[in-house]
Design a protein around this ligand. Structure first.
Ligand code: TMP
Ligand code: ASP
Length: 248
């Protein structure tokens, strides 16, 4: 398949809570479809938020390109249309790499950290990707003994997750936002390299307005604050994400 030709949509490979992966006529490429579906608390709270799929697809493309240009290997290839992107097929590790710059969310609930406390150097955590078990916090040793990842993969994932932080903290700061925390997922490509997969959108990170500390991310949905898509749009516009203004 030539790089520029449009891939043929094949069968659904997997359906997550907010995205669907389709196979294509190229065994090494998948179509990542961003739906409007939104969930929280491991799927216990659900809604469909009109426009979210398009915003997240564009937001993700913007961030992935930024990371790729700075040397972080990602699965992203190109935008196909409003809600779809072409990505490289990966064999995903069933763990989630979380990086925290400011205490929020489960860190406060689980361990009593004061919300808003600055964490320097950033705090890194590993979670098991398993909704039925409530995505528990795990040690590297658990992931290794469960056969989910090797020590080398976990080390490389953690290294890349920190590099992402070094790149995105200033990007967000320049756009008047604090990158509070985020979750990344990695997978192996056919050449045995670990690449950043999944997505980077306001669904999987916390972004606060620098001055007001107002949430511009999925916490608005989790906490029932309203204005979810509107907040994602504000964050995208501040970053200069292409195509967002025109779609309003
Ligand atoms: P937490 O405070 O709930 O542990 O979440 C930390 C960050 O990781 C937050 O930005 C949300 C993101 N995250 C997900 O996107 N999906 C998940 O399943 C988990 C556990 C966290
Ligand atoms: N992503 C998870 C869910 O949709 C956890 C969360 O974001 O709260 O349920």
């Amino acid at each position: 398949m030539s790089v520029m030709s449009n891939p043929a949509y094949g069968e659904v490979l997997s359906e997550g809570k907010a995205k669907t992966l389709y196979i294509t006529d190229d065994p090494q490429r998948l179509i990542l479809h961003f739906r409007d579906d939104t969930t929280a608390f491991d799927g216990a709270k659900r809604a469909s938020l009109s426009g979210k799929g398009t915003l997240n697809n564009r937001f993700n493309a913007f961030i992935m390109r930024h990371l790729e240009q700075a040397g972080v290997p990602t699965h992203f290839e190109r935008l196909l249309n409003n809600q779809d992107s072409l990505v490289h097929r990966l064999d995903m590790l069933a763990v989630e790499f979380v990086v925290r710059n400011i205490a929020a969310g489960s860190l406060c609930k689980r361990l009593g950290f004061e919300s808003g406390l600055e964490l320097r150097p950033p705090l890194q955590e590993l979670f098991l990707k398993d909704d039925e078990r409530g995505d528990p916090l795990i040690y590297d040793q658990h992931a290794i003994r469960l056969g989910l990842a090797t020590q080398e993969q976990l080390h490389r994932g953690a290294e890349l997750a920190l590099r992402v932080n070094e790149l995105l903290m200033p990007l967000m700061a320049d756009a008047g936002m604090l990158l509070v925390d985020y979750k990344l997922e990695f997978g192996m490509d056919d050449g045995g390299e670990l690449l950043l997969g999944d997505e980077f959108t306001p669904d999987g990170c916390r972004l606060w307005d620098t001055k007001s500390r107002e949430s511009l991310d999925k916490d608005r949905f989790r906490q029932g604050l309203g204005g979810v898509v509107e907040s994602y749009r504000i964050a995208a516009k501040r970053l200069g994400v292409e195509g967002v203004v025109a779609e309003e």
